[in-house]
Design a protein around this ligand. Sequence first.
Ligand code: FEO
Length: 398
Amino acid sequence: MGFTIAKNISWIGKIDWELRKFHGEEYSTHHGSSYNSYLVQDEKLALIDTVWGKFSGEFVARLQKETPLEAIDYVIINHAESDHSGALPELMRHIPNTPIYCTASGVNIIKGHYHQDWNFQVVKTGDTLSLGSKELIFIEAKMLHWPDSMMSYLTGDNILFSNDAFGQHIASELMYNDLVDQGELFQEAIKYYANILTPFSALVDKKIKEVLALNVPVDMICPSHGIMWRKDPLQIVTKYVQWASNYAENQITVVYDSMWDGTRRMAEAIAQGIAKADQTVTIKLFNIARSDKNDVITEIFRSKAILIGSPTINNGILSSVAAILEEIKGLKFKNKKAAAFGCYGWSGEAVKMISQRLTESGFELLHEGIREKWNPNNESVDNCIRFGSDFALNVKNA
Ligand code: FEO
């Protein structure tokens, strides 16, 4: 059965307790997730979003316990990615003529996924759909995070169905932000932002200002993943504004990989140097080959500066370091400082290559980097400590 979130409004989604990877193998979901779908009953009955296709059978069966499918007047698809539109083929098999409200880009994407010509009704920002005593107002949110993304605002109950925005990958029967562990909630929310929305921060800022300018009351924000925001719902909007504004905490993150522990010893000596120069800064070290890349990306998002290290191998860098640099490049972080380090035996190109990659990715390089030959001796360790201190002071004074 559905879960009542307000009079005549039910959550009808799927809690996915066992999900550990999302977007294929790209995104770790330590706490599972949910695909939130909502049923709004007024004089007309509207279904907002569906669930991932693999759950379409149980979704439609659950929906049928709530209402005869023929009673659904409107299907709203805020976003056509498979985790929200995936149950459409099964649903529309039963109600093929029911109109689907989505953006123009949504029509293309849904057709591209399911190759069906359903009864699409294109909407844009400001368009409304009357449900009787209440109405849905549509707000396009292009590139947040797909070209088709939009939000739907329900008057009367003052609910913003925000789709991916403000969501988190959390499975919980508790459903609401005031009932769940706050540390877990905000960790998953910032991880979601860092890994998915960072490249679109300028658009996030603009969209939030646009929504706030509507000056409509918001009693609840119901995203398409995880927990619904009912207690002080705008707190997550405030967080998004902060995260969208070149966010950085007082943190330096050191990311490296190592073959025979030389680059690891350099990383630890650099961290020692940072701590010596700045007793207030949080320092975190990650061997990227042994760490969850999405968690590391979240730490980089939190950082004002990063150091990336790799030994030189085959005139290049270790594949784990290359992979995280590729991730970093795509996320287009802004206003962060950086430098590179690494051990080498003969050719020793790694530091130069990492530095170049960091510059191309928009980081401000504070130093040409440091490399040590073979296994670091005491003198090399001292060099790294000095380097760490210099780096920390430059970050502090930048
Ligand atoms: Fe949750 Fe962009 O889909």
